[in-house]
Ligand binder design. Structure first.
Ligand code: HMG
Ligand code: MG
Length: 298
């Protein structure tokens, strides 16, 4: 039984751009986000309020947040690792903040410089303060299906971290296949194990397409009743603290597949293609999505 409707969270301006070796000008990011706002997408993760030394590509988060045109029908979100990041996000008036941590101890340490246990109280405070400031909060769990340092991850470790984030009061959970290793059977087994334990109606799957299995993993997730997916236009993306993490699942390929299957996303494919062509030119390289590849050959 497939759902009739799916919600897409566009993470390209954050997850996509955070891994670009070439700098993209602030004005170009702003223009890209403005174009994304016109495609019918209802959610755009615009940047991260993290330490500029850790993610130099997103050091202009404040400028970006201050300059984009806000469509009242779109939720503009940003990553925040701690109270300092939250303060900036509130000052810049983003609608939603995303906290993030990992199911794997080593990746957590490398990505945010803390153990899993040390991370909980930091995020707890952030979630509380964000709520007081009237923000909705998203909670990411990384390395759900595998870690670049530790290999296989026990689904129960994912459950423990997810449960803690839910207890803190996050509105939505996003489960990340950070390095794109998940296969459809693994996703099926994982979601079977989590059924009735995690709130699937507010759980998003965040697939990276490193091994080309992201769309297959989406199909499996749809069959489990998951209706929220994170993706990045053109397949731009990665995580600089997870070697081997390549582009996210491509928004344009995802929308195309869902549309062919008669599943509604509210997104205009032509406008999406235009926005993809725009950012492809700015990153000076071919974007990996199938839709962009087809367009490039024309
Ligand atoms: P730290 O060095 O442990 O921080 O970094 P600290 O609290 O010890 O502070 C050290 C200095 O950093 C201080 O400055 C702070 O003010 C400053 P000083 O007094 O030395 O001048 N500082 C900050 N500056 C700006 N913004 C902040 C901030 N916080 C402290 N928010 C920290 C800890 C978390 C800050 C650092 O590790 C960091 O920024 N990490 C970012 C990692 C990241 O963004 N990774 C990519 C996103 S996660 C991802 O891609 C996965 C995902 O897509 C899902 C999936 O695919 O799985 C979400
Ligand atoms: Mg990611």
């Amino acid at each position: 039984q497939l759902p009739k409707q799916v919600t897409i969270r566009e993470v390209g301006p954050r997850d996509g751009l955070q891994n670009q070796s070439e700098e993209v000008a602030t004005a170009d990011k702003v223009e890209w986000i403005n174009r994304l706002s016109e495609t019918g997408l209802r959610y755009i993760e615009i940047s991260s309020f993290v330490h500029p030394k850790w993610i130099p590509q997103l050091k202009d988060a404040r400028e970006v947040a201050g300059a984009i045109r806000r469509d009242p029908g779109v939720t503009y979100a940003a990553l925040v690792p701690n109270r300092k990041g939250l303060g900036a996000a509130i000052e810049k008036n983003v609608d939603e903040v995303s906290v993030f941590m990992s199911a794997s101890e080593t990746h957590n340490q490398k990505n945010i410089n803390k153990s899993i246990t040390e991370t909980y109280p930091v995020l707890e405070e952030v979630v509380q303060e964000a709520k007081q400031a009237g923000k909705t909060v998203r909670g990411y769990v990384s390395t759900v299906f595998g870690c670049p340092y530790e290999g296989d991850i026990d689904p129960e470790a994912v459950f423990r971290v997810s449960e803690r984030l839910l207890e803190m009061g996050i509105d939505e959970l996003s489960l990340g296949d950070t390095i794109g290793v998940a296969d459809p059977k693994q996703v099926d087994e994982f979601l079977t194990a989590m059924s009735g334990r995690l709130p699937f109606s507010r759980t998003a799957m965040h697939f990276h397409n490193t091994s080309g299995m992201a769309l297959a993993n989406v199909l499996v997730s749809l069959n489990h009743g998951i209706t929220i997916f994170d993706s990045s236009l053109g397949g731009l993306g990665g995580c600089p603290y997870a070697e081997g993490a390549s582009g996210n699942l491509a928004t344009d390929d995802l929308v195309h597949m869902l549309s062919r299957m008669g599943i509604e996303t509210g997104i205009d494919e032509e406008k999406l293609a235009d926005a993809a062509a725009y950012i492809q030119e700015k990153v000076h390289g071919e974007l990996p999505s199938h839709r962009v590849q087809i367009a490039n050959r024309k």
